[in-house]
Design a protein around this ligand. Structure first.
Ligand SMILES: *Cc1c(COP(=O)(O)O)cnc(C)c1O
Length: 383
């Protein structure tokens, strides 16, 4: 069984599941976005940089055109400060009892979407830099237009008392993925009105920002003084207008390979039966690692340069691939998704198989998958 021994050696020592993050792609995407933006570029690195590593994506974006960082929670902002990043950071979604005193100490700007938030921020020691946040028409985060004038007046009074400094006004578009959607015009109009109301209240917000990735790429009328881009940095273009580079590749070794007859049931519930005699390979990745279970029966992977279907249900930790008549060896590396240059599935295809968007796939890769970050050395040398 010397052949078998060799196989065991390959499987245990050569490979493991791996999520490779290509910071070169992040660098090039940042440059593309910066070339489109009329104003500053804020790199949005929430949710661990859309699953790519917040500090790595932040550093790369800052080296290639971004001038600031944006995140959702204060905890995410503090993590960037802990990592030694000193550029302006904005955090825009916090409960009223968030640690605003720490935000002031650590020089993190905060978004203020309501009078209650303004009161909490103003009560904290220090002169907190705030961005008043208007709901530009999606009934999600931000102040309602009916509350906006009162919020601006209260912010101006707090500013005069030295409690806050209103440095920005921000909004977010609900339908920018579709540049033709009529809601975009409503969002632009509401945002322009919000800035006027803020000015009329005596505020002088120098950062006025509405656009995320899609609007940055498709509509200069939304750019104002800054664009907040997240998805685009990691190669996701929700507007599908611009060639960006996916930055993630997910691979795993085949753990086991077996030969089976036609009619062999595969996996939980026996959802799948082989139609021919074939080889089945076992991959040590499942829904706990971020493979959407709902993609069972549809998804494919790349094995030895050929697309092969995943068969049976995706389990928590493992899934089976139909390797066909040729088979493959335990230890062979399988590409689950990547940029697509070698024929491997893309994150966009996985999203389609799962009935979701690319964002959910890339932010869903589990902590158990080891990460390998490839530096953007090549571009840095050119820069
Ligand atoms: C996530 C987010 C962004 C970034 O959006 P992308 O489409 O990923 O570029 C910008 N602004 C706000 C308020 C966000 O929540």
């Amino acid at each position: 069984m010397s052949g078998g021994l060799a196989v065991v050696q390959r499987a245990t020592t050569v490979s493991k599941p791996q999520l490779t993050v290509d910071l070169g792609a992040v660098a090039r995407n940042t440059r593309t976005l910066a070339a489109h933006a009329s104003g500053e570029l804020m790199a949005v690195v929430k949710a661990d940089g859309f699953g790519h590593g917040a500090t790595e994506v932040a550093r790369t974006a800052l080296a290639h055109g971004a001038t600031r960082l944006g995140v959702t929670s204060l905890a995410e902002a503090f993590a960037l400060r802990d990592a030694g990043l000193v550029v302006p950071v904005l955090s825009w979604l916090n409960p009223v009892d968030a640690d605003f005193p720490a935000a002031a100490v650590r020089d993190v700007d905060v978004a203020v979407p309501s009078l209650a938030h303004l009161a909490a921020v103003a009560a904290a020691p220090g002169r907190q830099k705030v961005h008043l946040h208007v709901d530009a028409g999606m009934a999600r985060d931000g102040a309602e237009p009916t509350e906006w004038a009162a919020l601006c007046r209260a912010a101006r009074r707090a500013e005069q008392r030295g409690e806050v400094e209103v440095v920005g006004v921000m909004g977010h578009l609900g339908c920018a993925d579709d540049p033709a959607d009529a809601c975009n015009a409503c969002g632009r109009t509401r945002f322009a009105w919000s800035v006027e109301v803020a000015r009329a209240a005596g505020l002088r917000p120098r950062d006025r920002h509405l656009a995320a990735t899609a609007a940055t790429l498709t509509d200069p009328r939304t750019h104002h003084t800054m664009s907040r881009v997240g998805a685009g940095l990691v190669g996701i273009d929700p507007s599908r207008t611009t060639a960006l580079e996916p930055a993630m590749t997910l691979t795993a070794p085949l753990v086991q390979v077996r030969r089976v007859r036609a009619g062999t049931p595969v996996g939980y519930g026996h959802d799948h039966r082989t139609t021919h005699a074939t080889h089945l390979g076992l991959l040590p990745l499942g829904y706990a690692d971020g493979l959407p279970r709902v993609a069972s029966g549809r998804a494919e992977v790349l094995v030895r340069g050929v697309r092969r279907p995943l068969v049976g249900r995706i389990s928590m930790d493992q899934v089976v691939v139909d390797l066909g008549a040729d088979g493959a060896q335990p230890g062979d590396t399988v590409t689950v998704f990547g940029p697509g240059r070698d024929g491997e599935p893309t994150v966009a295809e996985w999203a389609a198989w799962a009935g979701t968007i690319e964002h959910e796939v890339v932010t869903g890769i589990g902590a158990r998958v080891p990460r390998l970050v490839r530096p953007a050395t090549y571009l840095r040398r050119l820069a």
